[in-house]
Design a protein around this ligand. Structure first.
Ligand code: HEM
Ligand code: HEM
Length: 181
């Protein structure tokens, strides 16, 4: 299977980045919702750390993906035969890139503003990227929550669209990003 994308096929690098990122995001979201709603206690602190590690991994992978796609653009989505559906698919893909940068950055800013070190993989302390101040913390977590809801919405649209096209319209959309070739 080719590593690089071509005009009509996803290469192995893009496919791998897609599915590893999807797995991390789909793990980070429920964990984030859970830590945000749970009573803060010693037992829950490791889950904050795991959530931050997952989130920073997403940031790293999305930066790699943006750089990779500058040199090796992914193929355009298959046409639905409808202008608005084609535009929706394209804009959902674009929105993913914006939100997957904004989401970890807002989490990192808000976490920095708490004054507590942001430690990933249980050993590396990231630099603080915001002043330790309540106003930054409140705004940062508010933005993190709003972007989280937007992200959940477009994941539902994107997954629903992919499943509909593959199993109802049977146009091979899912196979493009899963199978070899
Ligand atoms: C793509 C990456 C990320 C996703 C999808 C994600 C998702 C979420 C979600 C859905 C919530 C619940 C928000 C709410 O309902 O208020 C949350 C909370 C949280 N996130 Fe993230 N997050 C990501 C990255 C990060 C990063 C990089 C950090 C810090 C370095 C972080 C720190 C936190 C913290 C501390 C909370 C709890 C907020 C609270 O106690 O109110 N997140 N996250
Ligand atoms: C958080 C989870 C996900 C994110 C962030 C995401 C993001 C993306 C992005 C940005 C693209 C455009 C190609 C690229 O730029 O790499 C894409 C393509 C695609 N995704 Fe996802 N995706 C996610 C989950 C899923 C799931 C769960 C499915 C299937 C059920 C899926 C199916 C597809 C398909 C079939 C394509 C190719 C569409 C085409 O033909 O152009 N994705 N995804």
């Amino acid at each position: 299977m080719a590593l690089r994308n071509s005009a009509d096929r996803f290469g192995l690098v893009t496919k791998s980045l897609h599915w590893v990122t999807a797995l991390l995001v789909l793990s980070a979201i429920p964990m984030g919702l859970w830590i945000a709603s749970a009573e803060v206690s010693l037992a829950i602190l490791p889950y904050f750390a795991r959530h931050k590690t997952l989130g920073i991994m997403v940031l790293g992978l999305i930066i790699v993906r943006i750089i990779w796609h500058r040199f090796n653009p992914p193929p355009k989505p298959l046409s639905h035969g409808s202008i608005w559906q084609d535009a929706l698919a394209l804009w959902v893909h674009r929105a993913f890139y914006v939100l997957l940068v904004a989401m970890p950055l807002s989490g990192w800013i808000a976490s920095s503003a708490t004054g507590i070190d942001t430690v990933i993989f249980g050993r590396w302390t990231l630099p603080a990227i915001a002043p330790a101040a309540e106003a930054w913390e409140d705004a940062g977590f508010w933005i993190h929550g709003v972007i989280g809801k937007l992200l959940i919405t477009i994941i539902i649209l994107h997954t629903g669209g992919a499943l509909f096209r593959s199993f109802v319209k049977k146009d091979g959309t899912l196979a493009r990003i899963t199978r070899g070739g």
